[in-house]
Every structure is written in C-alpha cells, then in structure tokens.
Design a protein around this ligand. Structure first.
Ligand code: SF4
Length: 453
C-alpha cells in the first residue's frame, strides 16, 4: 500500500528544481481534481516500466484501466525472447472481487502467468478500485515471489494519488525497493553507467549507444528503455546514473546516491550540441583521462561527418522560423536541435517545464525568444506576429498549423522516427524538409473550387 508519507516525500523531492519555485509545504504534482485526465499515476507508473519486455505487466484492476496506457508509446525493444508487452495482462476484477477482495484472483493470475508465459519478473500494478478495496498486494506478491522464485514487484500507484509524473516516481520507488541490489553483475568495469528515464521511444537510445561503445562506456542497466529485469537488479554496481530527459526519476537517483554512493548527471541527446555536451558530461563524471580523450576524438569525428551531411539541409532552412510547443525539457532540447539546423526558434512552450528547463530555454532562445506559459492561446498569435514558417508540437496542435497555413511536425511521443543523437538530427532535418515542401498545409485551408467562384 502506498502511504501518505511516501506521497508527501515524493512530492517534496529536495533534488527537484520544481520545489525551489514553490512555497513551503507546496510540493510537486499535488493531486488536483481532474488531474487524471492528462494520465493518472497508474498510467505514469506503467509507462515507466513497460519497456521491460522480458517481464509481464499485470494490471490488478478493472479491464478498463489496462486500456488507459497499454502500448500507447512506440518503445522499442531488442529483446530476443518472448516480448510480453505485446499482450495486455489484467486481473479484470469484478463486483464479486470488490465485495470479497481480489487477492485470490491476483494470486491465481500470477500462477497462470508463470505457468504459461515464464517471464523474468512480474510487475503488479494496483489501481483505484483495488487500492480502495484494500487488497493486500504486497503480501500476495511476496508469497508469489517465494513460490515461483522470480521477482513479483508490487507497484503502488493507483490513479487517485496524482498524475503521471507522480506515478513515474512511484514506479522508481518500486524498482529501488524490490529489484535494484538483488543480484550481482557477472563483471564490472570503471565505465559502467545506468541510463535512467529514456524509454527508447522510436529507438532514441539506439542512436547514441553506438557512440558509447566507440568511447568505451558500458551501459550496465536501463530504467527502462530496451531494459532487462536481470540488468536493473545489478544497477547498484554502476559508477554513474545518467538521467535522460526524465526529471520524474530524480528521487530514485538521489536515493541511489545516498544508498550506493552513485553520483548522477542529467543530460539530453537531442541535437548536435547537446549530444556532444551529454557525452562530455558523462566522461567527465566518470573522471578517466583516457576516456575523456577518446570521447573528444569520437565527437570531433562524428560532428565533422554530420556537418557535411547537414549542408544541403541548412541551405534549405535558411531564414526559416519555428514555434515549438512541447513539454518538459524538450522545450529547449528540440529548440537546440532546430538551431543546429540553422532554424530560428521564435517561441517555445515552458508550461510543463521546471525552473531549470525554463532557464535553459531562455539561454537557447535568447532575450528575444518567447517562453509561452499558455501555448494553446498564445501560439496562434505568435505565428502571425513572428511570421513563423513551422509549428512543432503534439498532434492536437495540427489544426492550428492548418488554420495558419504553415508546416507542422508532431514531435511528441506519437512521432515515428527518432530525433536522438547525431543521426536523429538528420532524421529531424529530413522530416523538416518534407514538412516545408508538403503542399497540404497551404491547400487544405483554401476554399473549394466551387466556393471560390
Ligand atoms: S487507475 Fe484509476 S484513474 Fe487510472 S485508469 Fe484506472 S480507474 Fe482510471
């Protein structure tokens, strides 16, 4: 069961820059009525752990909860065994279970899963109904874990406790409590890192992992993009935690620093400058002079190759202006990628950004750049005033671009290709090229031929 104290602790994370902005006692992500409309805590928890394809993700609740977030993101996996995430698993509790308790149903569901699917682990997610009924998920998971000799991890993030961000933090707590430190790695190196918070959406990680390999950095475990349960259990032996884009897992990193003395750095792999900066941050944190030299060589080589490939795109994009409406640290990281391509970013949305992200957005956009706090109402006006050529946003903003007759790219999780690493910048350039030359944005808002007469 998730306690009030745990929620309070997670909402007042000392290492999180959200809190520096707020008044005493007013932490991050306070549950508010309607908050689950943007994704409930259970959604956030499942999104954070779902990339573990070698595990079964069992939703203990009504069938409808499962549908809320199952397979909503294109998180890719290279797992060669049976990918358990292509199936949705739920105990599908009924009125009977609400009256008599759902523990027995949960226990027999776990038995059935082990017998028929043989996963490496099972994550059991509590939901609003099973949390309110008071099912003892901890006990059922503990007994099942002993009986089947695999980790059966209770994830206490019922929707009513808050939004997606809090759910992600609670998922991190579950991993820390039940998995990390439960197994020793076969071997270690001085260059072992954990990747935290990259879910490998559209294969983002695969764009920069080859660079790590060239330099000699080893990824010991990942939470959770293309992750394996067996590896995250050994995460306590890494030399560094690298948070990629997800501030929600900052609590996990802070606690790993306290418990295992593992320092952490926070980086982004969008755009040329940020990819190079991220690599240097990692090697400097690992503190090995040979590794630093190797990283410098690899960066110089990769940047030179990239610049050559980008030349024709930069000619095409000269003088173009963009408005960016996306969330969190993408407010500045995608802006940085666009600037690397020679596009002027005239405005970016910082509605969901931390104080740190806002500072970085200001740094990247300069004093003239607009930081939008209410992008839904501001972006239209800014497109007109600044004469923007393209809007990069989530799918819901497509209509704004069509109305304004400018190009549009979906840069949220619905996107189909990766923009990560140096290669990802080429993918972004290619998408921009097609968006700028796509006649649909100008044609779609024209009057029909019979109306024009
Ligand atoms: S956990 Fe609660 S808020 Fe989330 S989908 Fe289920 S019922 Fe809805």
């Amino acid at each position: 069961m998730v306690s009030r104290a745990k929620i309070k602790e997670l909402m007042n994370e000392s290492a999180c820059s959200h809190n520096k902005e707020k008044k005493k006692g007013e932490g991050c992500d306070m549950p508010k009525p309607g908050m689950a409309a943007g994704g409930c805590a259970f959604d956030g928890a499942q999104i954070s752990l779902f990339p573990y394809a070698d595990a079964v993700h069992l939703v203990h609740g009504p069938q409808t909860c499962l549908g809320a977030s199952w397979e909503t993101r294109e998180t890719l996996s290279s797992y060669s065994g049976r990918n358990h995430t292509v199936m949705g698993f739920t105990t599908g509790i009924t009125t009977n279970d609400v009256i008599f308790g759902g523990d027995k149903r949960l226990s027999s569901s776990i038995d059935y899963i082990v017998e028929h699917y043989a996963p490496e682990a099972i994550f059991v997610y509590s939901t609003c109904v099973t949390a309110m009924v008071g099912d003892d998920i901890d006990m059922t998971c503990k007994e099942a874990s002993e009986k089947h000799a695999i980790p059966v991890v209770p994830v206490h993030a019922p929707g009513f406790v808050g939004g997606k961000n809090l759910g992600s933090r609670l998922a991190g707590e579950a991993v820390l409590e039940h998995l990390i430190g439960t197994k020793e790695p076969e071997f270690t190196t001085p260059y072992d890192i954990n990747l935290i918070g990259d879910y490998n959406v559209t294969g983002d990680m695969w764009e920069y992992l080859p660079l790590f390999e060239k330099i000699g950095i080893r990824v010991l475990s990942s939470l959770s993009g293309d992750g394996r349960v067996g590896n995250i259990r050994t995460a306590h032996r890494a030399k560094l935690n690298v948070i990629v884009c997800a501030k929600s897992l900052i609590t996990l990193c802070r606690k790993m620093q306290e418990n295992y003395a593992i320092p952490w750095v926070s980086v982004s792999f969008y755009g040329k400058r940020d990819t190079s900066f991220a690599i240097m941050e990692i090697v400097h944190a690992l503190g090995d002079e040979t590794l630093i030299q190797k990283a410098k060589e690899v960066i110089a080589e990769e940047e030179a190759k990239l610049e050559e490939k980008l030349l024709p795109y930069k000619k095409l994009f000269a003088g173009k202006k963009a408005v960016l409406n996306t969330g969190g640290n993408k407010a500045w990281s995608i802006a940085s990628g666009l600037q690397d391509l020679g596009i002027e970013v005239v405005a970016t949305s910082v509605r969901k950004s931390t104080a740190e992200d806002k500072e970085k957005a200001r740094e990247y956009l300069g004093e003239e750049g607009i930081l939008m706090m209410a992008p839904a109402s501001e972006q239209s006006k800014i497109i007109d005033e600044k004469n923007a050529d393209i809007l990069l946003a989530g799918g819901r903003s497509l209509y704004t671009a069509i109305k304004k007759k400018i190009s549009f790219i979906d840069v949220n999780q619905e996107k189909k290709v990766s923009y990560g690493g140096y290669n990802g910048l080429l993918n972004l350039a290619e998408d921009l090229k097609y968006a700028f030359s796509n006649p649909v944005f100008a044609n779609v808002s024209k009057k029909a031929p019979w109306e024009a007469q």
